[in-house]
Design a protein around this ligand. Structure first.
Ligand code: 5AD
Ligand code: SF4
Length: 470
């Protein structure tokens, strides 16, 4: 799962009337936050807020934050410092500007945010954002609100249903959160503390939301969860279903052409899920399966509860049923106690797997996690140097993977206008961005294209024959 700050404004939609308020939501962190921002937008729409992409014209600015590494929280505080000035200037002109902080920093810091930043009106956690409109109403009366409970009610039940008009403006791919929280307690990670225990959304709720998205023109759904392959729910047959079963069911929805899921833990890749990769044409051959380290000693200290060998064996089993599976992963360098030998094991596992894409980070101490108290913290310059070596290997593999696609004919889901007129950008089955000559009316179609070249972050393709599945 990508955790580098993704700065997304809510998509522009609707025609603001004279009295409508505008909201700008800035999203940091992972795809779960991107989904949460969209749903916060839905909740605020029922209060008359329309999204804007211009922070300067917003009446409400919400920072949807990430707490996974230290710098992320620092970034939020410095962004809040800038917003404080903006609010002062607005208020001096007799205008309102409300400021909200949502997401994992909100959950972790709570009241502390109000103490450090007098300009913040509302602090709302990831489990309570359905209550954001009510919190804003109270804040407008002069209260400053912190609502970071693990709400007893199901927030998804309390959010407005996804309306097709709003979805249509969001495009042909969509995230759908099916699971939240984590019980794994990797010793470096704050997620079990910020997002709480593992909770799965009920099967029926997911199917209804997926169907609504498809009715509104979505062709590809990515199921999200901190630990998505731990998803469990009672199925329609009364049996406990896992993610594999859910994928078989969702693949039956007519018009839903593609399915993906992220992020997975190696220990929860069960047989049914692997079978789904074998059987379902809709399930894309791309798997984000973080290993974090290639050293058994470090994996143990991280509480990952598997060895490097077990991870490699799992990938062999997956590739045995899906030979073109592209692998993606997350890595941490410089975990406490990591020696040069441990790091060499990480490079070795990367060599053995061959990643199409990967995310790698320097270990960042998170107070309150067991890793923070471990002996043998690694010096920053050592971490930086190891990260550089790891990233150059991963980038080399990514470029090799892209090059291996040149000459192939692949199915491309056309997603949005490209940079050049007359071009669209689509997604390959392996999640690469691909530029191709196509008409805007083809957005949402899946067409066969031949890959003809590679760029730094995308591929170039030419259409092959007539448009296929649409
Ligand atoms: N330091 C560095 N990276 C971390 N991640 C999680 N916690 C930390 C931390 N304390 C990375 C892991 C995880 C990804 C979402 O973020 O690689 O898979
Ligand atoms: Fe964090 Fe580990 Fe849970 Fe992933 S599996 S969210 S890294 S505790």
């Amino acid at each position: 799962m990508s955790i580098d700050p993704i700065l997304t404004a809510s998509p522009a939609e609707g025609q603001p009337g004279a009295n409508t308020r505008k909201v700008f939501i800035k999203t940091y962190g992972c795809q779960m936050n991107v989904y949460d921002s969209v749903r916060m937008g839905d909740a605020l729409a029922s209060e008359g807020y329309v999204p804007t992409e211009q922070m300067e014209e917003a009446d409400l600015i919400v920072l949807n934050t990430c707490h996974i590494r230290e710098k992320a929280a620092d970034k939020v505080y410095s962004a809040l410092g800038r917003l404080r000035e903006m609010k002062k200037a607005r208020n001096a002109q007799g205008q309102e500007l409300m400021i909200g902080v949502a997401g994992c920093v909100a959950q972790a810091e709570g009241e502390e945010i109000l103490r450090r930043e007098p300009s913040v009106d509302v602090v709302i956690g990831p489990q309570t954002y359905h209550r954001l409109p009510a919190a804003l109403r109270r804040a407008r009366l002069g209260d400053r609100i912190v609502d970071t409970d693990y709400a007893v009610e199901d927030k998804f039940e309390h959010l407005p249903a996804v309306e097709s008009t709003r979805v249509r403006s969001r495009g042909v791919t969509s995230f759908l959160t099916v699971q939240e929280g984590c019980d794994k307690f990797c010793t470096f990670c704050v997620v079990p503390y910020t997002r709480g225990a593992e909770v799965s959304r009920p099967f029926r709720q997911i199917v209804v939301e997926a169907q609504r998205l498809v009715d509104a023109g979505v062709r590809e759904i990515t199921l999200l969860g901190q630990n998505v392959n731990a998803w469990r729910s009672e199925g329609p047959d009364g049996r406990e279903w896992g993610l594999g079963d859910l994928l078989y069911k969702l693949a039956e929805i007519p018009g839903l052409a593609r399915l993906r899921y992220t992020t997975s833990h190696p220990r929860d890749m069960d047989d049914r899920l692997i079978e789904a990769h074998r059987d379902l044409r809709e399930l894309m051959p791309y798997l984000h399966l973080p290993v974090q380290s290639g050293s058994d000693r470090i994996l143990k200290a991280m509480n990952r509860r598997h060895t490097a060998e077990e991870y490699l064996r799992l990938i062999s089993r997956i590739r045995a049923v899906k030979p073109d599976m592209a692998m993606s992963g997350d890595f941490i360098v410089g975990f406490p106690g990591e020696t040069e030998q441990d790091f060499a094991d990480t490079l070795r596992i990367v060599e053995a797997v061959g990643y199409a894409q990967a995310f790698s980070f320097k270990y960042s101490t998170r107070p309150g996690t067991p890793g923070a108290d471990l002996p043998g913290h690694v010096a920053e310059d050592v971490k930086a140097e190891r990260l550089e070596r790891l990233q150059s290997l991963l980038l080399k593999q990514q470029a090799e993977f892209a090059k291996s696609c040149v000459g192939k004919v692949i199915d491309l889901l056309l997603e949005k206008p490209g940079r050049m007129p007359g071009q669209l950008i689509g997604r390959s089955p392996w999640l690469q961005s691909v530029n191709v000559d196509a008409k805007p009316s083809q957005i949402g179609d899946i067409i066969p294209v031949r890959i003809i070249g590679t760029g730094p972050n995308s591929l170039f393709a030419e259409p092959v024959g007539a448009s296929s599945a649409s």
